[in-house]
Design a protein around this ligand. Structure first.
Ligand code: NDP
Length: 248
């Protein structure tokens, strides 16, 4: 992805922004949470492992950034009511929401369709497709209260062309792209909310290591390298950019 030459991240790139990040306890999500906070945002850390969220919280606080918030939520089991509760809690504490990074994902199985376990397929679809749908729907009223809300969906190269053994993960990422496009088309002209997707490409995380166990991780870029693009797309520097699929 080519960033505008005039854009560079500063400590005020996301000032006054309240941004929710799913999967904020590890990998790209954790680095995003810390980087957004360093760029001035108040971050809401959503994830399923409380200890990891607390560690991210402590690191952000120790760095002297805006105090974050923690909201433990298992996206595999979360129901419509859980998302409504999330909306109510955020409304009481923040009154609005300026951005969401849909980052959490389930890798599913790496196996042929013929052998794919139905429960693994369902779990992957629940975390990667149904959860972003339910969260978006529940939080739209809070996003509408923002002057310029930005949603960023996390894609993958298999979203654009399916690949052997990537089963539910590939289908889920394609569905997420399509969901983003539908949302943008519906909101155009009636809402200030915009949405884009980004395919981070090969990035040094636990998920990457699990998908490519034989790969030398030092040959793969770090989550930190992605952050200018993420901050650009969630901040006002990208106002007017919507409905786009970016790839790293
Ligand atoms: P990681 O596995 O390192 O992190 C995934 C995060 O999602 C973790 O914090 C994990 O929580 C959370 N998560 C998973 N399942 C659930 C759940 N049921 N409820 C709540 N949280 C959950 O992955 P990456 O950082 O690599 O991936 C981030 C995004 O980037 C994903 O959308 C992925 O598909 C995408 N991506 C990554 C690539 C790469 O090379 N790394 C390439 C292309 C796309 P916990 O830590 O508690 O398990």
């Amino acid at each position: 992805m080519q960033l505008p030459s005039s854009f560079s991240v500063t400590s005020t790139s996301l000032t006054n922004k309240i941004i929710l990040i799913t999967g904020a306890g590890d990998g790209i999500g954790k680095v995003a949470a810390k980087s957004f906070a360093a760029a001035g945002a108040t971050v809401i850390l959503v994830g399923r492992t409380l200890a990891k969220l607390e560690k991210a919280y402590d690191e952000i606080e120790a760095a002297g950034h805006q105090q974050p918030a923690i909201y433990p939520l298992n996206l595999e089991s979360a129901t419509e009511k859980d998302y409504d509760d999330l909306c109510n809690v955020l409304n009481e504490n923040f009154s609005r929401l300026d951005g969401i990074l849909f980052n959490a994902a389930d890798l599913g199985e790496r196996t042929p369709i013929a052998n794919y376990s139905v429960s693994a397929w369902m779990r992957c679809m629940q975390v990667n497709v149904n959860s972003p749908f339910m969260m978006t729907q529940a939080l739209l009223p809070l996003l509408e209260k923002s002057e310029n809300a930005s949603l960023l969906f996390t894609s993958s190269s298999v979203a654009f062309k399916g690949r052997s053994f990537w089963g539910a993960y590939a289908a889920s990422k394609a569905a997420q792209e399509n969901f983003m496009q539908t949302l943008v088309d519906e909101l155009e002209g009636t809402s200030r909310i915009r949405a884009n997707s980004i395919n981070p490409g090969a990035t040094r995380t636990k998920m990457r290591a699990s998908a490519y166990p034989a790969e030398d991780p030092t040959r793969v870029k770090k989550p930190e390298d992605l952050m200018p693009a993420y901050i650009y797309l969630l901040g006002d520097a990208s106002l007017g950019v919507t409905g786009q699929a970016f790839s790293y």
